[in-house]
Structure formats: C-alpha cells, structure tokens
Design a protein around this ligand. Structure first.
Ligand code: HEC
Length: 150
C-alpha cells in the first residue's frame, strides 16, 4: 500500500498542477497535465523519496539497480537519455536501435507495456498500477537530475 505522506505529496502536486498547468503540454488532457506536474515536483521530500526508493526496489530491484547493470540496465541517468544507451549493457536489438528518449510519457508507456512500446524488447515485466508508475518515474527522475538539462 501507498504511504499517506506520499499520497499527500501527490495531492499537493495534483492541486498545483490544476492551478498552473496546460501551457506547454500540447494536446494532453488537464488530468494528464496535472499528472505530469506531479512528477515535476522535485526534489521529492525526504519521506517521499524513501517511499519511492522502497517501491522501486520492490518492483524493479529483482532486475535493476541505479548504479550497476544487472539482468536489466542500470538506471543512473535514465531519465532524459536515449533508450538503449547505458554503457556495457547487452540490450536487445530492438531497444538498442530505438531512438526513444525516456521521459514521463515514454517511461509510463514502457512500464505499462514494454512490448507494445518497443516490439522485440526483452524486459519481461509490466507494472499495471498507474500510481506506482508515477512514483517510480519520479524516483528515476530524481536519480537522473545531474545528467538532465533543466
Ligand atoms: C524481470 C526483470 C525485470 C524487471 C522486474 C524490470 N525490468 Fe526493466 N528491464 C529488464 C531488461 C532485461 C531490460 C532490457 C530490455 C532490452 O534490452 O530489450 C530492461 C530495460 C528497462 C529500461 C530501459 C533502460 C534503457 O537503458 O534504455 C527501463 C527504463 C526499465 N527497464 C525500467 C524498469 C522499471 C522502472 C522497473 C520496475 C517497475 C523494471 N524495469 C522492472 C528487466 C526487468
């Protein structure tokens, strides 16, 4: 289950998203735009970051870590970089040849359904909870800030 502190930080994000959103989000609905806005509420509070890290470890930790390539590629700097570009990781041809850039939208699609996002990829995992995807994407972003232009 989701920790109430984290939930509260989403709600705050959603409210500020509702207040500030839309310009710059093209044809997304207001709901989508406020969801993106939540993800832009960085840095995460210490409590939210702890919670997000724990969720990342539960859902992704069997195959991934931030710092090292394992069954899946390392996630340091993944937010904002081109798909299939971690050094020294043996990607599927499909992912290696993809020119997708990882951002909120592409990560959300990928985590919900990797095969539909990049057919021929080899990540055998789907995360069906949109809420959990949001938290984990915010966490990945927080681990990538140094390599992303503001
Ligand atoms: C069962 C193992 C497994 C699990 C669990 C898993 N992944 Fe993966 N992941 C992989 C593999 C394998 C690849 C490489 C896919 C390829 O080369 O086609 C990958 C690739 C990725 C990529 C592309 C990275 C890049 O450098 O382009 C992202 C992003 C990603 N995973 C995120 C996640 C997240 C976030 C979770 C948890 C919600 C997760 N994965 C859970 C195995 C897994």
């Amino acid at each position: 289950m989701i920790n109430p502190i984290l939930l509260r930080s989403w709600l705050i994000g959603a409210l500020s998203g509702a207040a500030f959103c839309i310009v710059g989000y093209g044809n997304l609905s207001a709901n989508d735009a406020s969801a993106l806005r939540v993800n832009e509420e960085l840095p995460l509070s210490a409590a939210a970051l702890d919670e997000a890290k724990a969720l990342y470890q539960r859902r992704c930790g069997a195959c991934h870590s931030i710092e090292t390539n394992r069954i899946g590629p390392k996630h340091q700097g993944v937010f904002g970089r081109e798909a299939g570009s971690a050094l020294d990781y043996n990607y599927s041809d499909a992912l290696a040849q993809s020119d997708l850039i990882w951002n909120e939208q592409t990560l959300d699609q990928w985590l919900a359904n990797p095969e539909a996002t990049i057919p021929g990829q080899k990540m055998g995992y789907r995360l069906s909870s949109a809420e959990e995807r949001k938290v984990i994407i915010a966490y990945l972003r927080s681990q990538s800030e140094t390599s992303v232009a503001p």
